[in-house]
Design a protein around this ligand. Structure first.
Ligand SMILES: Cc1ncc(COP(=O)(O)O)c(C=O)c1O
Length: 400
């Protein structure tokens, strides 16, 4: 091919998962593979009304170019949303609206990561972050997690050893792990940030999707208790998993100098997030619809998570081990190999597809030393009946 690409692309591989997704078009496949919310749960009427209000009340602003930092009424609504989420005292000026939280992560990479810089991420972590940070030259280091999120003793050793540019964490209902960092560990993470003067990036698209009790407060909320930590903390939020990913509304809260640099970089990238989407989101939040929407999606996902957990325990028994999730969209499981059953996630995924059910093997979610026994199953987009059917197919694939 006559085109020679930038050398930075050599640092990123196309994802193994994408190959698997090509097979998902097969008719009749039950897919636990996606990372999406269920489109059947979108509050179409609420979003329609919000978009109509935006066009009726401020058509000029909603359809014109806007400020790179974001549409001011939305920044105000998002600051209030953060207060409702337990992080009061975020001024609208302390956040910028981003095109999904994915763009916030890209801006973190652009502003903070240079060639060869060490960056600590959880093992496993969000695949797109691995890819994005690598594009900026990050040398990723994997910090192990358990049922309570990242192991903070190990994290401290890794920080002391590598002196990373930043530590990237998904503390609440992680993707793919579903794990939630305990309150004690959250405080420890903030203390580590201060002791080692390390930036912590808290990615939190799932925190509102809890099924029973609310999870511990975000690192952002807790930073008020750990002097000096707020100056080292970046918080990324998103409406994608709770309202609609198609709106592409996310946000980033960061110390002023970092926010200014991120805003400059965003300007070169997309000038601003769609003003129409921002005005729609602002009206939606202002109309006070979010609490009911959250209650609805939490209820539906909770039932699906339970159905999947019960079916897996019943049908796959000791061949699979997992912690029943208390929120989010995913069950993260290990194949135990019990009874001589298959223990490789990738091989099992291939076999499962033949039986008409798909999931994502866990190995690609590790930046190093992948645990090949792992898999990620999403319960979000499939109703309970189909979940049971899909798990029955998994059991058949396992028995083969
Ligand atoms: C952990 C995590 N961060 C960020 C994102 C990006 O979401 P969005 O750009 O839609 O806000 C996702 C989406 O799957 C995710 O799982």
């Amino acid at each position: 091919m006559p085109i020679s690409f930038a050398s930075r692309l050599d640092q990123v591989e196309t994802s193994a998962i994408r190959e698997l997704f090509k097979l998902l078009g097969k008719p009749g496949i039950i897919s636990f593979a996606g990372g999406f919310p269920d489109s059947a749960m979108f509050d179409v009427q609420g979003i329609r009304e919000a978009s109509e209000q935006a066009l009726r009340q401020e058509p000029g602003a909603a359809l014109q170019y806007g400020a790179t930092e974001g549409y001011q009424p939305l920044r105000e609504q998002l600051a209030q949303f953060m207060a409702q989420k337990g992080a009061p005292g975020v001024a609208p000026e302390q956040l910028i609206v981003t095109t999904g939280s994915q763009q916030a992560l890209d801006l973190v990479g652009k502003t903070l990561i240079g060639q060869g810089d060490k960056v600590i991420v959880e093992g496993p972590t969000f695949l797109a972050t691995i890819q994005c940070f690598r594009l900026y030259g990050a040398d990723l280091v994997s910090a192990p997690i358990d049922g309570e999120g990242v192991q903070t003793d190990r994290l401290e050793q890794l920080i002391a050893e590598h002196r990373p540019r930043l530590v990237y964490l998904i503390p609440t209902f992680g993707n793919p792990s579903g794990a939630t960092l305990s309150l004690e560990r959250r405080k420890r993470v903030l203390e580590l940030a201060v002791r080692y003067q390390t930036v912590i990036v808290e990615d939190d698209p799932y925190g509102e999707l809890y099924f029973g009790d609310a999870p511990p407060p975000s690192l952002l909320a807790l930073s008020a208790q750990v002097p000096g930590s707020r100056e080292l903390l970046v918080h990324c939020g998103s409406l994608s998993k709770v309202l609609s990913p198609g709106l592409r509304v996310g946000w980033m809260i960061a110390p002023p100098e970092l926010l200014a640099k991120a805003t400059m970089c965003k300007q070169f990238s997309d000038a601003h997030t769609s003003t129409f989407a921002q005005a729609t989101a602002a009206h939606y939040l202002k109309a006070g619809r979010m609490p009911a929407t959250l209650a609805h999606v939490r209820g539906v996902y909770a039932k699906r998570a339970q159905a999947m957990g019960d079916a897996l325990r019943e049908r796959l028994g000791e061949a699979i081990a997992f912690v029943q999730p208390r929120g989010g969209l995913f069950i993260w499981a290990h194949l135990t190999g019990a009874g001589g059953k298959i223990a490789d996630g990738n091989a099992f995924a291939q076999r499962a597809i033949q039986h008409g059910v798909a999931f994502v093997p866990g190995a690609p979610f590790f930046c190093a030393e992948p645990d090949r026994t792992t898999l990620r199953l999403s319960f979000a987009t499939v109703d309970e009946h189909k979940i049971r059917e899909g798990v029955a197919r998994l059991a058949l694939a396992l028995a083969e």
